[in-house]
Design a protein around this ligand. Sequence first.
Ligand SMILES: [Zn+2]
Length: 93
Amino acid sequence: MFREELIAILKQRPTSLHELALLLDVKPRELENEPRHLFRSLRADPMCPVIDPASCRRCGFLFDGYKLHMPGKCPRCKGTWISDPLISLTEKR
Ligand SMILES: [Zn+2]
């Protein structure tokens, strides 16, 4: 599949699910499970996947780190200005 491409992109910089979908020319829905598979398959690899959780840009609230979807609004301030969760790869120490 596009796993190789996905890894190549993630190695360069943190990328959101939507951005990845655009870069790989697939629907975000098709990618939803892919990072999870990726995470599993990378377990023995020197690269380790990391998710920067979505956060509210108004009050700084941090969302659940393993949700790859951008939440609709902030549960604390009800703000809708929310940053995308970012997926990245880092080298294991
Ligand atoms: Zn907020």
